[in-house]
Write a protein that binds this ligand. Structure first.
Ligand SMILES: *Cc1c(COP(=O)(O)O)cnc(C)c1O
Length: 392
């Protein structure tokens, strides 16, 4: 099959919900991917922060194959090693107390919202189910997580949306006080807003917010679907913010490309979700969990330190480029935003880079770079050279 045939097939038989770039990807190795015609692309996207250890990592492939040959699925009504082992690793490395596994980011966020509402219900009864989220946030595409998402453009078409969310201006304690009330049970936020434009939260703000949550007995819910699993240079971004969340969600990068998500609870909240109150058929699938264990093994302390170094290197190189349409950079670790200046939109700049052999993402009005965390310096230099040459 060639590119044109694939595009025709896709258009004929799939719902056209994605504005795809006119590029197909067939296979990959490390942070380099290839299309059907064999053309090479350097990947500064990891999917969208998912292929955290790159493509076709042999340890990951072996772990998946071995687990598939042993036990590909068993219901959560039985004990199975991969589930428990993965929970142990995540808790030990994050300081959290207990894990629940799900299958996507949105579903994981629904889980922490349910945890917060039940915590509050158990303690205070009905009428305290409101969750404060931040403007410009992104929490997912289910009806509830769309409602949680603090961007008006997402509150469309699918009426009626849920009750129980109010939105505060990110970075403003005054705005948080304005939307506070006796009906609130939690605040949910991303520490670096991803889809909203790669916008890191101010550390003092996050500290003050955590103090307010503790005072009011609101749960502090951190959505680490994009920032988690090493993306920012620590296993979770909250570890750089000096806070301990009451619950934290993760997904994208956890299993290196297989669909998996979940959330971790603190010692205080680990017992909130009791038998029968929360479940999912596929959650913690043994193959996904085996893949995730390999991802965590590969992302050891040295690999995480390298994430910070590579991120700083990429940002410094881009800021020094003589490229008129790119401006300042921002971000944490290998979660990088690059300002797009001038007449062309970020989508147009991204399309030009992709056509030239460098996969990039957009967010807000700017470019977003989420390379595989294991990308080599050689691949980084190749990608940056394409960027400079294409946009000069
Ligand atoms: C991607 C993302 C989600 C949604 O994840 P899905 O797996 O697409 O449901 C939620 N929150 C954040 C911060 C994300 O980046």
């Amino acid at each position: 099959m060639n590119h044109q045939e694939l595009v025709a097939l896709d258009h004929q038989y799939t719902m056209q919900t994605y504005g795809r770039f006119d590029v197909d990807i067939d296979h990959g190795k490390g942070a380099t991917v290839y299309d059907l015609a064999g053309r090479e692309y350097i990947d500064f996207t990891s999917g969208i922060g998912v292929a955290s250890i790159g493509y076709a990592n042999p340890r990951w492939v072996d772990a998946i194959a071995a687990q598939a040959a042993k036990l590909g699925h068993i219901s959560n009504l039985f004990y199975a090693q991969p589930y428990a082992r993965l929970a142990e690793k995540l808790c030990q490395r994050s300081g959290m107390a207990a894990a629940f596994f799900a299958n996507s980011g949105a579903e994981s966020n629904e889980g922490i919202i349910k945890l917060a509402r039940k915590y509050s219900f158990d303690k205070y009864g009905k009428g305290r189910g409101t969750v404060i989220t931040l403007k410009n946030s992104f929490h997912g595409r289910t009806i509830t997580t769309l409602t949680a998402t603090g961007q008006e453009v997402f509150h469309n078409y699918f009426f009626p949306f849920d009750e129980g969310f109010r939105y505060a201006q990110a970075g403003s304690m005054d705005s948080l006080q304005e939307v506070a009330g006796h009906d609130v049970c939690a605040v949910m936020l991303e520490l670096v807003q991803g889809e909203g434009g790669v916008l890191p939260m101010d550390k003092d703000y996050v500290h003050d917010l955590a103090v307010l949550c503790a005072e009011r007995d609101w749960l502090l819910l951190v959505d680490e679907v994009q920032t988690g699993i090493g993306r920012t240079g620590t296993l979770f971004a909250f570890q750089q913010y000096g806070i301990i969340p009451d619950a934290v969600s993760f997904a994208k990068g956890i299993a290196g490309g297989l669909p998996m998500g979940g959330f971790l609870a603190s010692e205080r909240t680990r017992g909130v979700l009791t038998p029968g109150t929360h479940a999912t058929t596929f959650g913690g699938n043994p193959i996904c969990a085996a893949a995730a264990l390999t991802v965590l093994d590969i992302l050891d302390e040295d690999a995480l330190a390298a994430v910070t170094e590579k991120g700083n290197y990429i940002r410094a190189r881009i800021e020094k480029m003589n490229v008129p349409c790119l401006g300042a950079t921002r971000g944490l670790g290998l979660m990088i935003g690059v300002e797009v200046k001038g007449e062309r939109t970020n989508k147009q700049v991204a399309a030009q880079l992709i056509e030239s052999g460098l996969l990039v993402l957009t967010a807000g009005h700017d470019l977003r770079l989420l390379p595989p965390l294991t990308i080599t310096m050689e691949e980084i230099d190749k990608g940056l050279a394409i960027m400079e040459k294409t946009l000069a």
